[in-house]
Write a protein that binds this ligand. Sequence first.
Ligand code: URA
Length: 190
Amino acid sequence: MPQELNSLANEMRDCQKCRLHLNRINVVPGEGNPHSEIVFVGEAPGAQENKLGRPFVGAAGEFLDNLLKMVGWNRQDVYITNIVKDQPPGNRDPMPDEIEICTSTWLKHQIKIIDPKVIVTLGRHAMNYFLPNMGSISQIHGRAFRKRNGKVYFPLFHPAVALYRPDMEKILKTDFKKLPKLLRQLDNLT
Ligand code: URA
């Protein structure tokens, strides 16, 4: 299975299916434990990620590392990726067609290979992709939603918002602390 993920990542390096490849220094496929029961899906690589080819290595990533540490995990335990794999120019939001092309070409397959029990969405773009028409992120963050495919989706605010809003930092920590229990409950079901 890791080989399957690796070969997907290799194919991604040559992807020219949308305009985002024009801004690519390094594609950012994702990283972590390919057997993880939990996958974190962010929005898009930023400048640091584009430079290094790794997800969440900037300031938001540092906060994500802290959240993981807070519940006794680290990034090698889980899998971390994004809905789009290249940095949008100037860090603008990814556009709907870019999200559609990138998720149907890459993310869908990554999720199929890893087959996690829980998908944690970070920010509203990832939430809207997995949980469309469910309400705003302010309404549904920190709650678990099980879909007919058996997977559980858990929307969180994006860690970047906590960098400039202490109230959000508190909410993110409160929501994040629910994850280990959620996983334990799901383990007991199967
Ligand atoms: N870094 C990422 O890899 N994804 C984000 O959504 C933000 C920063």
